[in-house]
Structures are given as C-alpha cells and as structure tokens.
Design a protein around this ligand. Structure first.
Ligand code: PGA
Length: 252
C-alpha cells in the first residue's frame, strides 16, 4: 500500500460545459508539477473521462468515476459498466456516496459495485457516514454495518486496493451543520480499522486506506489531517483548481 496521501476530487455533476471542465482540468494538470508524494484522483462526470485521459501525460493525476454498474454490458439503459469506465481511463471509482444512498442506493447494490470494480481492476473508494451522532455511540454500529455489508464476500487480498471514505452526512455540502473535530474523525478511523481487521482477522492493521470527506478546504485541511487519515475526498473545493492544489500541497 502506498504511503502517499490520497486526495480525491469529486466534481459531482459539475461543470455544465465541456469547455469549463477542460479549463479546470488543465489548471489542475499545470499545478500537478508541484505535487509530491501524493496520489491525486480527479473524478469528473464520466462524459469527460475519455477526453481527459487522452490529455493526461502526467502520472501525478489519476482519473476516477463517481459510480459504476455491476454488469459488464448488455440491456441496462443509462448505466455504465466497470469495463467501460476503465476503458476510458478511470482507475478509481467512488461507490456508495451519500447523495446516491439518499436516492435509494442500497448496501446490497454497493457491495455488487465494490466487487465489480475490483473485477475490473479499478480501485473502489467506498463512502460511509452516519446522518447524525448520538451520545450512546449507536453511529459506530451503523458504520460497522455499512462497512460489513459493503465488503461482504470481498477477498482479503483486495483490501490493499480499497479506500474507505468516512463522510459524515452532517458535515457534507453547503448545508453542513458543522465541521468535525480531528478527534471525532480519529475515533472513526480507528473504528474502521478495527471493524475491517476483525472481519478479515488480519491480526495487525488491515491495509485499507481511510480518507475523510465533508467540507474539507484549504483552511481546515491541516487541522483535519491531525486525525491521522490517509487523505481526503473533496467536493466543492475540488472545483477550484487553486483551492484544490493548495489542499494537495498541505497534505503532501
Ligand atoms: P464537500 O463534499 O467537500 O462539498 O462537503 C464532500 C463530498 O460530498 O464528497
């Protein structure tokens, strides 16, 4: 497992115009000359992947998709398969983002997607996160359940290619209630390692990467890294090349 920090930009359904998307990508590419000891992944809307991958001469940036479907091909209107996404340059794929879970994506579907991504040699970034925190620690059970279901029948040898993104829903997006404190993220980071370690009986620490997502920006990145996470999943701040690069610089 690479010791580099992993910084993932999730562009979500932005930008609307290809020209804007190209400009943003070019700027990130230019800034990448300064990226050191860091794995950067840009996850644009899939329609932009092929074009970006053709232009990608630097190994300092990887491309990722925001979702995939578990079948390889066939009569599945509107879906994109792992092999299709891989063939246009995606090396990573975000799975189970809360915005998709909110629209009905189930743990079972997420599990199928995790397996499909691994089958296609794409690295899954599995999102988990509680809606709210209770004093009794029930959210830890909730997270355990999400992890176990996402990893159901996933091989131990694949753990090294898996990233778990802790994204508390209360901290995501422009309606975020507040930012978490580093110790709140750290608690969950340790919890995830324990849950995965117990599940696979790894003895020592399981080789999964754990990143944090939710309102990460250039002003709080340094503080949030104190939680010991292996990187960030970034939404809004990834749409501004300067801002995104600054977070990368801070994390490197
Ligand atoms: P945000 O989004 O950085 O805009 O809060 C994070 C995410 O949804 O992954």
């Amino acid at each position: 497992m690479s010791k580099n920090k992993l910084i993932v930009g999730n562009w979500k359904m932005n930008p609307v115009y290809p020209k804007e998307a190209n400009n943003l990508f070019e700027k990130i590419k230019r800034a990448s000359k300064k990226f050191k000891n860091i794995d950067v992944v840009v996850c644009p809307p899939s329609i932009y992947l092929e074009n970006f991958s053709k232009k990608l001469k630097t190994k300092k940036i990887n491309l990722g998709a925001q979702d995939l479907f578990w079948e390889q091909s066939g009569s599945h209107t509107g879906y994109l398969s792992g092999s299709q996404l891989k063939n246009v340059g995606a090396k990573y794929v975000i799975i189970g983002h809360s915005e998709r879970r909110e629209n009905g994506e189930t743990d079972l579907e997420i599990n199928k997607k995790v397996k499909a991504s691994l089958q296609n040699i794409m690295k899954p970034i599995i999102c988990i996160g509680e809606g709210k925190r209770d004093k009794d620690g029930e959210y830890l059970n909730f997270l355990q359940d999400q992890i176990r279901k996402a990893l159901y029948q996933v091989n131990k040898k694949d753990l090294k290619d898996i990233t778990i993104a802790y994204e508390p829903i209360w901290a995501i997006g422009k309606n975020a209630k507040r930012e978490p404190k580093p110790n709140e993220i750290e608690e969950v980071r340790i919890h995830i390692l324990k849950v995965v370690g117990d599940l696979y009986k790894t003895g020592g620490l399981p080789p999964v990467k754990i990143i944090y997502g939710g309102s990460v920006n250039k002003d709080n990145a340094e503080e949030l890294l104190k939680s010991g996470v292996d990187g960030f999943l970034i939404g809004r701040a990834s749409l501004d090349a300067g801002h995104f690069s600054k977070i990368i610089e801070i994390s490197g």
